[in-house]
Design a protein around this ligand. Structure first.
Ligand code: FAD
Ligand code: SF4
Ligand code: SF4
Length: 1001
């Protein structure tokens, strides 16, 4: 081997940040890049953190529309000497996606599946494609990408390649590096080429062609050949060595696989433009065995012989994780299925048929039953139960991040890995170390089949002593894992968390090789600087840290689960990024519609966090008056999807209301806040002369002007007010039936009372037939919803207080309140307690409020009428998030209804869809699940939606169907009405003619 190659100087220290004229950089990017260029405080704040403990404000953000646009963006950065950091889902846990750099977000546009070669079992992707989306697109081929991190619904292939991601299925399929065939890469200095395995012929061809490509290959070979012996010695031979650069892929005698060597380089060497991936056959059936052991270390001891059965997944979960989930009320059904024990292994088998998968599982259980310390065993082979059981493991972070009554936990030692056969002893020693540092609360779980352990530790990252202890722990823990022949990172990568510890693991010689490799690709350290090599100190750039002095402002809501502190509430978001999922649940409709970080729950939470200030470089400097925060919250539908779906229970609807109340304190609000926030008052006035109001709000010219003045979307028809309000009808009609079951108060919310009185009529019929005596309030009252959602919290409190005072006598007698409109019932059950945390009558109001389904289901002897047909239901977001929909499902099933429930949000969400400027996002939300399902529904299918917004969205979308409320279909079935095709045409007569959106061009 020639030693004549002169190598660039290794990158050992971070060069000083060059002076960059930000305005010029922004200008040039905007002028030359086809994409979005954002240097505004909102975007910079939203991208300042990822899933880690770190925070660095980017110079700006570029969202390229195409790969070529990204190449151009990097060329511009190069001309300005600006550093660059790539970002996919931003779910990294070691700080590798936050940097004082130009952040390139691949996830919005560069997310295509470029090609699939099913015969060769390969595909080519752009870096922004999300793993679940890729696998969904591949479903028809029977193939999939093998490695599957827990973040599969939001992590991108670019990020997986950046981090060399693994996940539970790496047990069967290996790490991302093992599943990448070729990469198209771009260096900071502009070399764009495909790389992969390089045989001698190819190597010779590249060298002969000369140029920068040849230099890269020659220098890499020189470095690896020089350090080959140390690389062989210092790289642990374990399944989960993720730390460091994959120089083992370039060792002499191997494939010189440059693509695989670059996997895991965390954007510090090259930018990945496209990837050719190896695919594997997707198992057609799976079965799951749960094994209960005395404790987690005993479970780990049992791993090696189980791994010999070649399972698809072999995961471990300890009793702390299980107890945290119990305490948080997570997965109660699944937890009840765990066999006896204090530490569990979850072992799954995949196969082409259920029988084959079951046989493989049985072979394992038979083998275990014969052993001396046989575990407790449970076996499952139905998909739904297996999915719920896997959620116990996959929600590890959500379960451990903030447990009531315990210290908050953080990443920092989240994914160490050791040889699987030594895992039990490692866990015993690690637990002893936890105890020594007073971190004993930490739970242990992870990919035990491959020796990788997850944990979040109650580090104190706020005080000098706490941080000193954190650093001391890391020193000891890294010594421990190295003594076991392990890797500092077994999954999440090094980033900033591990960079400074790498010399311990790899030694000076291999570190020099890493630094030389960095110099080959990026000698000036412009690619994600400060991560892996020449790293920042572990305690630099902490999101908290001793220098963080945020405001803790006085607020309107009580935040009882956050010790009354808005600051603590805003610290809930840990950056997991589940709010960037593309399907499932409700969260976050505005992200799904826009693909924008700033319009995800996480982006909003980050900006609110920035608003509290406390960092010298906080991007939001004008507190509650911030336009950047207001703009990020503008597209929040206040659907409360996050309150239910976010593992940390981030409740953005409440934070938005809180923000708006302060933002507009003492100054004029947008017209829509007066037009729609005060709807209950306008409805009351309209009730004096509804025909005139209807004529005016639908008269050409007048209607347009009124909408313009009221900040209402021009294309949205204004709903018709009823000729007679529900409450007026009921007062004139009076109660009927014997009322033998006693009184219930039917809550006449503004929507039912004024806009859909037919639903109130139907509910009276149903309740009276069930034996109840229906009461209505003695005067017009309101829950305050519209004032809450527009952040007019002073009025909301006054309105609610008046309601509670009026209802107090009924509440104190224990009379149930039946809410027909889910969002109003949700105010009683949820927001009211936030506004009046210590009021007993408000607590009673929450406890006594029932949905119609809940009241009827709890009525002894009541049987629903037979309906016997299919129904398509859009559960209201607040049913999903606050009230629950299971009782409705059971009731409908008892009525003989085959229910198909749609997920997601309808997109109208109260005032949101009516507000000028929101139409596009509103309809995009509706088009995700609801409208396609309604269009596809058979004419005999009942379309069911309890929310006024959901019904209005369906009607105005002009899909030829209208939705009915549960009360309407129960009443019709009770009467024995023939529902026929398009049942809504026979029942549920609403005020005014059908209305669809005006010209939407
Ligand atoms: C709760 C939780 C659970 C997790 N579970 C797992 C798990 O089971 N297994 C696992 O492996 N990881 C896990 N992770 C870590 C993380 O989710 C994965 O590493 C994931 O694959 C990262 O994908 P991403 O799209 O979010 O990447 P990002 O975080 O956006 O980026 C990751 C790295 O890739 C680089 N990068 C992104 N795009 C490019 C590009 N085009 N060119 C060059 N570099 C690029 C980035 O600069 C960064 O260094 C978990 C994280 C969390 C928060
Ligand atoms: S808002 Fe919730 S789901 Fe989204 S990143 Fe934060 S913690 Fe995760
Ligand atoms: S309330 Fe809805 S739209 Fe707003 S952040 Fe939460 S999930 Fe997203």
């Amino acid at each position: 081997m020639s030693r004549s190659v002169s190598l660039p100087a290794p990158v050992t220290t971070r060069p000083d940040q060059p002076y960059i004229r930000l305005r010029d950089l922004e200008h040039d990017l905007a002028a030359r890049v086809d994409g979005e260029v954002r240097f505004d405080p909102g975007s910079r704040g939203a991208y300042s953190t990822d899933g880690s403990n770190y925070r660095q404000v980017p110079l700006g953000v570029v969202v390229p529309r195409t790969l070529d646009a990204a190449v151009e963006a990097i060329a511009v950065c190069r001309e300005h000497r600006a550093p660059v950091t790539s970002r996919g889902g931003g779910t990294s846990l070691a700080g590798q996606t936050c940097n004082a750099a130009v952040v390139i977000d691949w996830s919005k546009y560069c997310d295509h599946l470029v090609s699939v070669d099913a015969a060769a079992r390969t595909c080519v992707v752009e870096p922004g494609i999300v793993l679940d989306v890729l696998n969904e697109k591949l479903a028809g081929t029977g193939l999939m990408f093998g490695p599957r991190p827990s973040t599969h619904s939001q992590c991108t292939l670019g990020g997986m390649i950046g981090n060399n991601s693994c996940g539970s299925t790496a047990q069967a399929y290996g790490k991302t590096a093992d599943n990448v065939s070729r990469l198209e890469i771009l260096t900071y200095d502009g070399v764009r080429m495909w790389v992969g395995a390089t045989d001698e012929q190819e190597y010779a061809r590249i060298l002969a062609a000369g140029g920068r490509d040849a230099r890269i290959y020659r220098e890499l070979r020189e470095i690896v050949d020089t350090h080959a012996e140390q690389i062989r010695r210092r790289f642990p031979d374990i399944p989960r060595r993720v730390s460091g650069y994959n120089l083992d892929q370039l060792l002499p005698g191997g494939a010189f696989h440059l693509a695989r060597a670059l996997v895991g380089s965390e954007g510090t060497l090259v930018t990945v433009l496209r990837a050719e991936l190896r695919l594997v056959p997707a198992p057609k059936a799976e079965s799951l065995v749960l094994l209960g052991y005395h404790d987690i270390a005993a479970a780990a001891d049992a791993v090696p012989p189980i791994a010999d059965h070649h399972p698809l997944q072999l995961e471990g979960v300890d009793d702390r994780l299980v107890s945290f989930e119990r305490r948080k009320g997570m997965h109660p059904g699944a937890l009840a299925k765990l066999p006896e024990g204090g530490g569990w292994l979850m072992v799954s088998f995949g196969a082409d048929s259920q029988r084959e998968a079951d046989d493989r599982a049985r072979a394992l259980t038979d083998a275990l039953n014969g052993t001396e310390h046989a575990p407790h065993i449970a076996f499952f082979d139905d998909e739904k139960t297996e999915k719920h059981l896997w959620e116990v493991r996959e929600s590890g972070l959500g379960a451990t991040a903030r447990v009531p009554g315990m210290r908050e936990t953080w990443e920092g030692w989240e994914d160490s890995a050791v040889p699987p056969e030594r895992l039990g002893d490692y866990l015993r020693d690690l637990r002893a170390l936890f105890e020594e540092f007073d971190y004993g609360d930490a739970a242990l779980y992870g990919h035990f089949g491959q020796g990788c352990v997850h944990t979040r530790i109650p580090f104190d990252l706020l005080t000098a002593d706490g941080i000193a202890s954190f650093l001391a722990f890391l020193e000891r823990a890294s010594d421990l894992v190295i003594a076991y022949g392990g890797s500092l990172s077994g999954e999440h990568g090094d980033g900033q968390s591990r960079g400074r510890l790498l010399p311990k693991m790899f030694g000076a010689d291999v570190m020099t090789a890493f630094e030389q490799v960095k110099a080959v690709f990026d000698p000036a350290d412009r690619m994600n600087p400060g991560k892996i090599v020449a790293p920042y100190r572990i305690e630099e750039n902490l999101r908290l840290g001793t220098g963080w002095t945020p405001a803790d402002p006085s607020v309107h809501f009580g935040y009882p689960d956050d010790e009354g502190s808005f600051q603590r509430a805003l610290m809930r978001c840990v950056g997991v990024g589940q709010c960037r999922r593309h399907s499932g649940g409700v969260m976050c409709p505005s992200y799904r519609a826009t693909g924008e970080e700033e319009h995800s729950t996480r982006g909003r939470a980050r900006l609110l966090f920035e608003m509290l200030g406390g960092h010298a470089d906080s991007t939001v400097r004008d507190g509650w008056r911030s336009a950047a925060v207001r703009d990020a919250l503008d597209l929040c539908l206040a659907c409360k999807g996050c309150k239910h779906d976010c593992p940390m229970d981030v409740d953005m609807a409440t934070y938005k209301a809180e923000f708006l109340s302060h933002h507009y304190a003492g100054r004029p609000r947008p017209a829509a806040h007066y037009a729609m926030g005060w709807l209950p008052l306008w409805a009351r006035l309209a009730a004096l002369t509804p025909r005139t109001v209807n004529a005016l709000t639908h008269a050409p010219g007048v209607a347009g002007l009124a909408k313009r003045l009221g900040g209402i979307e021009a294309a949205r028809p204004v709903p018709y007010f009823a000729g007679m309000r529900f409450t007026d009808w009921y007062r004139s009609r009076g109660p009927r039936g014997d009322g033998g079951r006693g009184p219930v108060l039917l809550w006449p919310d503004t929507f039912t009372d004024n806009l859909s009185p037919q639903i109130g009529h139907a509910a009276v019929e149903v309740l009276e037939a069930a034996g109840y005596r229906v009461l209505i309030p003695p005067r017009t009252l309101c829950c305050g919803l519209t004032w809450i959602s527009t952040g007019q919290l002073g009025v909301a409190r006054r309105v609610l207080r008046r309601t509670v005072r009026t209802l107090a006598p009924l509440l104190r007698r224990g009379i149930p309140i039946v809410g027909l409109e889910p969002s109003c019932a949700a105010v009683f059950r949820d927001d009211a307690a936030g506004l009046f945390p210590h009021d007993r009558d408000v607590a009673r109001l929450g406890e006594q409020t029932r949905t119609l389904a809940e009241l009827l289901a709890g009525t002894d002897g009541w049987q629903p009428p037979r309906i016997d047909r299919t129904a398509l239901s859009q559960p209201h977001c607040h049913q999903h998030a606050v009230l629950g929909y299971d009782t409705d499902r059971d009731l409908l099933a008892r009525a003989g209804i085959h229910l198909e429930a749609v997920g997601g949000c309808c997109g109208l969400a109260g005032d949101f869809g009516f507000t000028a400027g929101h139409l596009k996002v509103s309809m995009a939300c509706a088009e995700q699940e609801l409208l396609p399902a309604v269009r596809a529904a058979d004419p005999d299918t009942l379309i069911l939606a309890d929310g006024f917004s959901c019904r209005t969205q369906i009607e105005q979308a002009g899909v030829g169907r209208q939705a009915l409320h549960l009360a309407e279909i129960l009443a019709a079935a009770q009467r024995g009405d023939n529902l026929g095709a398009y049942p809504e045409r026979r029942i549920g007569r609403r005020p005014g003619p059908l209305q669809t959106l005006h010209d939407r061009s």
